[in-house]
Design a protein around this ligand. Structure first.
Ligand code: NAI
Length: 507
C-alpha cells in the first residue's frame, strides 16, 4: 500500500457520512480519529464499520489481516483537542453555517499550521464557512455522497481563498481512497446537485400540467432515455424531506433563476408527510418495501386501421415512414391527408395543436409522435393527442404503434412531449454550468454519471439526441410557454452545430 497523502485523518461527526469517510480513509491506510459530540456516536460508528469489515472477511472478500488492520486504524477522540496531530480533518456534522464556522475556528487553534481542513457540506458556501478563518487557504469543501463507499465520486470545492495546493492534496487523497475527484467552483449545489435540477423539476412541471401521470412519466424516461429510476421513483428513494429543501435552496441561492424553480407538488406532499419510500408512501405506495405500480392501460382493440398520412415537416420523417411500412400501415402519399386519414406530426418542442393549426390539418385526426429518440433505440413510443383528437383516431394510433409489441404511452398535448422537455432541460442546465465555469465539461460528465447514475453525461446526452435538435426543442418550448426557463444557454447555442462532448478539452 502506498503511503497515504494524509497519514492521520480526523473525522468530526460520525453519522452516516462521517462513518463512510472514515471507512475509506482507514482502507487507504490512514490512521483515523473519530470525534462526535453525541456520547455513543463514535462507538456506534466503530462497531458498524468493524462489523462490516468482519462480514467482508467472512465472505472471503477481504483478507482477515486487513480487516484487523482497518479496525486498528480507527481510534476514538475524547475531545477535539485530541485531533492536534491530524494532517487532515474532515467535518461531517449538522448542516448549519454557525455551527460549522464555530467548529473550524476552534480546530484552527488545535491543528498544526500545515494541516488541511475540509467540510462535507452539501449546501452551504465553502467561502462562507471559511470567512473569519486565519488561514482560509488550507480550507476546502470535500463533498462526498451517501453511501460514501459506494458513491465513488467526491467534489473538491475551492472557496474564494482556498489554495491550489489544498485542492491538489485533497484530489490526490481522494484517488488513494478509491474515489474519483472532480473540481467544483464554490457555487450553489456545486456540480452534482446543480446538474440534477433538470430531471425532477421538469418532470414535476409536466405532471402539474396534467400532461401525464407520474407513473407514465417514469416509464417514458426509463424506456426512452435509459434512466435507471424514473424521476418520481428517485424522489421516493431520496425522500422529499431531503430533495424538496435542496430544490428550494438552489433556486433561492441563484436569486430565483427560473431554470431551478421548484414545484408546489413536492412542497404540499412534504407538508403532508407523504415523503417517499421511508414513510411508506410517496408518489407510489410501498408494501413490504415494494412500490405498488398500477398496470399500464391496455392496447385498444381496433378492427380496421385508417390510412396514415405523415406531415412533410415531421422529425425523422424517412424513419417514421419506414416504421409505418414495417408496421403494415396503409400510407397516403398525397400532398394533404384524405378525409379518413390518421394524420401524424412529429414536432420538436412545439405542441400538436400548434402544428395542426400552422399546417392546416384537421386536429380531430391529428396525433403527435415523439421522434427526438431514434425508434430503433427506444423501448417505448410516445404519442400525444390534442384536445380535439377523436378517440377513434387516438385508439387507432395506439393500436398501430403497438403492433410489433413495443410499449406505447399516450400523453396529452404539451410542447415537447415528455422526453424532449426533460432531456432539453438537463442538457441546457449542464451547458449553463459549463458557461458559468462551475467545473470542466469533463468533470461535469464524470460527476453526473457517478453521482446521479445517469446513463450518459448530460453533454453526451445532448450529442446523442443532437445538439441542433435540443436547441430546436428549447427555442420552440420558449415560444409555446413564454417561459425563460427554456432559454438556451449561450454555451449550448455556440455548440449547436458542432457537438457538446467533443469539446471536453476546452473548459
Ligand atoms: P448525521 O445526522 O447522520 O450525522 C451528524 C453527526 O454529527 C451526528 O452524529 C451528530 O451527533 C454529530 N454532530 C453534530 N454537531 C456536532 C458538532 N458540533 N461537533 C461534533 N459532532 C457533531 O448527518 P449526515 O447525514 O452524516 O450529514 C453530515 C453532513 O454531511 C452534513 O453537513 C450534510 O449536509 C452532509 N452531507 C450529507 C449527505 C447525506 O446524504 N446524508 C450527503 C452529502 C453531504
Amino acid at each position: 500500500m502506498t503511503t497515504p497523502r494524509f497519514t492521520t485523518v480526523g473525522i468530526v461527526g460520525t453519522g452516516a457520512m462521517g462513518r463512510g469517510i472514515a471507512q475509506i480513509a482507514a482502507q487507504a491506510g490512514s490512521a483515523v480519529l473519530l470525534f462526535d459530540t453525541q456520547a455513543d456516536a463514535i462507538a456506534k460508528a466503530r462497531d458498524a464499520l468493524g462489523a462490516q469489515w468482519d462480514k467482508l472477511a467472512d465472505k472471503g472478500r477481504l483478507d482477515p489481516a486487513q480487516a484487523t488492520a482497518h479496525k486498528a486504524r480507527l481510534r476514538p477522540a475524547a475531545s477535539l483537542a485530541e485531533l492536534a496531530g491530524c494532517d487532515l480533518v474532515v467535518e461531517a456534522i449538522v448542516e448549519r453555517l454557525d455551527v460549522k464556522k464555530a467548529l473550524f475556528a476552534e480546530l484552527e487553534g488545535i491543528v498544526q499550521p500545515a494541516a488541511v481542513l475540509a467540510s462535507n457540506t452539501s449546501s452551504l458556501s465553502v467561502t462562507a464557512i471559511a470567512a473569519g478563518l486565519k488561514r482560509p487557504e488550507r480550507f476546502a469543501g470535500y463533498h462526498f455522497f451517501n453511501p460514501v463507499p459506494l458513491m465513488k465520486v467526491v467534489e473538491v470545492i475551492a472557496g474564494l481563498k482556498t489554495s491550489p495546493d489544498t485542492c491538489a492534496a485533497l484530489t490526490d487523497y481522494a484517488r488513494q481512497m478509491g474515489h474519483t475527484p472532480v473540481q467544483a467552483a464554490d457555487t450553489p449545489g456545486f456540480v452534482v446537485n446543480h446538474a440534477g435540477r433538470g430531471y425532477g423539476t421538469e418532470a414535476l412541471r409536466i405532471v402539474s400540467e396534467g400532461v401525464a401521470d407520474f407513473a407514465t412519466i417514469d416509464r417514458i424516461l426509463k424506456d426512452q432515455v435509459g434512466f435507471r429510476l424514473g424521476p418520481f421513483e428517485l424522489f421516493d428513494l431520496t425522500a422529499l424531506d431531503v430533495s424538496h429543501p435542496v430544490m428550494e435552496s438552489i433556486y433561492r441561492q441563484y436569486y430565483d433563476e427560473p431554470r431551478y424553480r421548484p414545484s408546489v407538488i413536492t412542497a404540499q406532499r412534504l407538508a403532508g408527510g407523504v415523503v417517499g419510500r421511508k414513510s411508506g408512501e410517496g408518489f407510489y405506495k410501498y408494501v413490504d418495501g415494494a412500490a405498488q405500480m398500477a398496470p399500464e392501460p391496455p392496447v385498444p382493440q381496433v378492427a380496421e386501421l385508417p390510412p396514415v398520412w405523415v406531415s412533410p415537416r415531421a422529425a425523422r420523417r424517412a424513419e417514421l415512414l419506414q416504421l409505418l411500412k414495417d408496421l403494415g400501415a396503409k400510407i397516403e402519399t398525397g400532398p394533404s391527408p384524405s378525409m379518413h386519414a390518421l394524420t401524424l406530426v412529429a414536432p420538436l418542442g412545439f405542441d400538436v395543436t400548434t402544428v395542426a393549426v400552422v399546417e392546416r390539418l384537421d386536429p380531430a385526426r391529428t396525433i403527435g409522435i415523439d421522434l427526438l429518440v431514434d425508434d430503433k433505440a427506444t423501448r417505448r413510443r410516445v404519442l400525444a393527442t390534442n384536445p380535439a383528437t377523436r378517440s377513434d383516431m387516438r385508439d387507432a394510433a395506439h393500436a398501430l404503434f403497438s403492433r410489433d409489441g413495443k410499449a406505447v404511452s399516450v400523453v396529452r398535448d404539451s410542447g415537447g412531449f415528455v422526453t424532449q422537455r426533460v432531456v432539453a432541460t438537463i442538457v441546457n442546465i449542464a451547458s449553463d454550468m459549463c458557461q458559468q465555469r462551475v467545473c470542466s465539461p469533463r468533470d461535469l460528465e464524470t460527476a453526473v454519471t457517478l453521482g446521479l447514475g445517469y446513463p450518459l453525461g448530460p453533454l453526451a446526452m445532448g450529442d446523442k439526441f443532437g445538439p441542433a435538435n435540443v436547441l430546436e426543442v428549447l427555442f420552440n418550448l420558449q415560444t409555446v410557454y413564454g417561459d425563460p426557463r427554456y432559454r438556451p444557454s449561450p454555451w449550448l447555442r455556440r455548440r449547436g452545430a458542432i457537438g457538446l462532448s467533443l469539446l471536453h478539452e476546452e473548459s
